[in-house]
Design a protein around this ligand. Structure first.
Ligand code: SF4
Length: 338
């Protein structure tokens, strides 16, 4: 792997993608981009990042933003606890570090929502700290280059890889960390054949030399996603639509259309909401989370009076002010049509 360092650095410096958060190494910019990039593709993050920076250009602005505004900016990126932790961390930086992003690993790691990977990325990119940032891309490249058939879902293996990479980290650790991640994203890809013929490491890569690119790292069978069924009530009173806030579990504190577990029949719905004037079966949608799959049926229903227990808002208000998770946004088109 030592032989790969120089090759990787040269390749990265010549080929790196010019992304908005790479215009400088400001820790605020690196931090926000790293959190947005967790579980989300780079192409999808670019617009969100630009929009976020326009509205929330500094740590201070982030510490002062209202939760509703923050979640609205985050709408569509999912994993909303990431956004809430950003604000908590910004408040912590204002209170404990006089508004200046901390420049040592322990203080960075102590911020809410920042784990070892993100602390390593910010520390190395913004402050040149000799810290690693180990993710799936890095572990894939490492195991292939060294030809080691390891189970990279094992936390012990992850730790060992981190320790080995730390030993060979060059002075410009940020470029190395970004380079190995980028190589894993665009050349030494996870699904299908890696693009070894254009890889800067092909002459030193053990997996490539032995035609083992597809069997390293060891494939682990994924756990089946838990499946759940729901019935959504797309409830309307004149031009107002019923929403409510989720009080627990997945997407806690986010807005949702009223719903019940299971697929309900017409009769079961009429039993729950007797004042319905018009009721029709509407669209279905399946939403896939990391560990769960939601199958959702929906009913469009008109009621005479605004029932208690919900907020009643117009479609424009939903679009402008209410952060509706992407699990529910497909159902908005039912109201466009009416
Ligand atoms: S040569 Fe192929 S397997 Fe080896 S690091 Fe490059 S892309 Fe990955």
């Amino acid at each position: 792997m030592k032989n790969a360092v120089e090759l990787l650095l040269n390749w990265y410096l010549q080929n790196r993608r010019m992304l908005p958060w790479r215009r400088d190494t400001d820790p605020y910019h690196v931090w926000i981009s790293e959190i947005m990039l967790q579980q989300t593709r780079i192409e999808a993050v670019i617009d969100y990042y630009e929009r976020f920076m326009k509205k929330v250009p500094s740590i201070q602005a982030l510490s002062e933003i209202s939760e509703d505004e923050l979640l609205k900016l985050w709408q569509g990126l999912g994993y909303y606890s990431r956004a809430r932790n950003l604000k908590k961390a910004a408040v912590q930086i204002m209170e404990k570090h006089e508004g200046i992003f901390p420049d040592n690993y322990a203080d960075i790691l102590s911020l809410p929502g920042i784990g070892e990977y993100t602390a390593g990325a910010i520390g190395s990119i913004s402050f040149g700290l000799k810290e690693v940032a180990i993710d799936g891309n890095v572990m894939r490249v490492f195991t292939r280059v060294t030809g080691r058939d390891l189970d990279i879902s094992d936390l012990k293996v992850k730790k060992e890889i981190g320790e080995e990479i730390k030993k060979i980290l060059p002075k410009n650790s940020g470029d190395f960390n970004q380079g190995i991640m980028e190589l894993g994203e665009v050349i030494c890809i996870p699904n299908g054949m890696p693009k070894c013929d254009i890889c800067p490491l092909k002459d030193v890569c053990v997996a490539h030399r032995n035609n083992l690119e597809l069997s390293i790292p060891r494939k682990i069978l994924k756990k089946e996603k838990q499946e759940e069924e729901y019935t959504l009530f797309l409830m309307v009173c004149k031009d107002k639509i019923a929403l409510r806030k989720r009080t627990s579990g997945l997407l806690k504190n986010m807005w949702e259309f009223p719903n019940e577990s299971g697929f309900l029949t017409y009769d079961e719905i009429l039993e729950k909401i007797p004042s319905i004037q018009e009721l029709s079966l509407s669209m279905t949608h399946t939403h896939i989370f990391t560990h769960k799959k939601w199958f959702m049926n929906s009913y469009y229903m008109e009621v005479e009076k605004e029932l208690e227990g919900y907020v009643w808002v117009t479609l424009d208000e939903i679009l402008e002010q209410y952060a509706l998770p992407s699990a529910f946004t497909p159902f908005l088109k039912v109201f466009y049509k009416k």
